[in-house]
Design a protein. Structure first.
Length: 380
């Protein structure tokens, strides 16, 4: 089976420096270097689909543009790229969300994927009018996905749950195809929701041993539900022709981290209720020292950015080797990003993907399949 690669649409702005923020912290000033206009994001989308990325993730939160609206507009300037739209179940009714997804599928030609984000920061959730605690938010997410999945299958839904209630809910037109649901979370209740409803379980880029533990955990829970789940990983990438060039770029990015910004972001992220964010913070401990936490796995991004905080850094061959290492654990999908996103898409797409293709691990999803040459008789 060919590996699947997704890129990232920086709807919080882009830069030749790391754009910090997320998980309740605001985007850093570098996000204004390249504003997230539809024109610029469409450039990235077209580059990604030409290079062979299947989809592109968009973030969600107060620090970035709305994912639904932005991807709907960018979809009109691209042809094949799918959009892994991050959204929070507590902010919209499940029936409306199911209808929005069905509309998106029809108008985009079936190019919607859904990244369900429960929301790990209570102070940010309250700004949107959501006052549930973390575990309650996950239980609500479970009810939400139960309703949405049933509606997508054409069922009429009546549910009086702990948090959600619908009566005679039904879609006039179901989506075709049904969007795949991507879901992440490291707490026990998150694992239960993933096992019951996720098509793809996403983990942030922890060292392979920790990723292996997560995969085993979710596989066991899914098996108890009579289901199987695919696995994906979210990482940044810095890949160059040589290892020295890649690490020089990582050092350049690190040199641009203002100490006060690091302290401010780390203080904000320390308030996070997210178990996954806690695990990300533990990888670097707020220090600039010892940031290579596994061969070619660099935790420097997490000093100024919430959420995914690690990057694969190295030559194209080294980055391909790390991808093979994660694949051997069971990872099938890779959600990647890099600063700036337009140029880094080319570095990865032209440097790493051809090497994986040569090894039989990847093929371009839009490339024409080779056809058998026609037999032409010799002229007599």
């Amino acid at each position: 089976m060919s590996l699947t690669f997704h890129w990232f649409l920086p709807t919080n702005g882009d830069s030749r420096h790391v754009v910090g923020g997320g998980h309740g912290t605001p985007a850093t000033a570098s996000g204004r270097d390249r504003p997230p206009t539809v024109a610029y994001l469409s450039q990235i989308a077209r580059a990604a689909e030409d290079l062979g990325f299947v989809g592109a993730l968009t973030p969600t939160g107060a620090w970035c543009e709305d994912a639904w609206l932005t991807t709907a507009m960018v979809s009109q300037h691209s042809e094949r790229l799918k959009f892994l739209v991050a959204f929070r179940p507590g902010f919209v009714s499940p029936t409306l969300a199911a209808q929005m997804a069905a509309t998106f599928q029809r108008q985009s030609g079936g190019r919607l994927l859904l990244n369900v984000v429960t929301g790990g920061e209570s102070h940010e959730q309250r700004a949107y009018g959501d006052f549930l605690d973390k575990d309650a938010r996950y239980r609500r997410t479970g009810e939400f996905l139960h309703i949405v999945r049933a509606l997508w299958e054409g069922e009429t839904v009546d549910l009086a749950g702990e948090h959600l209630k619908v009566e005679e809910a039904r879609l006039a037109r179901v989506p075709d195809p049904v969007p795949q649901v991507y879901f992440g979370g490291s707490s026990p209740v998150a694992g239960e929701v993933a096992a019951r409803y996720a098509d793809v379980y996403l983990t942030w880029g922890e060292p392979p041993a920790q990723v292996a533990e997560k995969i085993a955990w979710i596989r066991k829970l899914a098996a108890e539900e009579g289901r199987t789940v695919r696995f994906g990983i979210r990482l940044h990438v810095i890949t160059r022709d040589t290892s020295a060039q890649a690490w020089a770029e990582a050092d350049r990015l690190l040199a641009g981290f203002d100490p006060q910004t690091v302290r401010s972001v780390q203080a904000g992220l320390a308030r996070s209720e997210s178990e996954g964010q806690r695990r990300m913070l533990a990888l670097h401990g707020g220090s600039r020292d010892g940031l290579e936490i596994h061969p070619n796995l660099w935790a420097g991004i997490g000093l100024v950015r919430g959420g995914a905080g690690t990057a694969l850094v190295g030559s194209h061959e080294e980055v391909a080797e790390r991808i093979r290492e994660y694949h051997a654990l069971g990872i099938e999908e890779f959600v990647l990003s890099g600063y700036p996103h337009l140029e880094e898409a080319y570095w990865f797409g032209e440097g790493v993907l051809p090497r994986l293709a040569d090894q039989g691990l990847w093929h371009h999803p839009h490339a024409a399949r080779p056809q058998q040459a026609a037999q032409v008789p010799f002229a007599s």
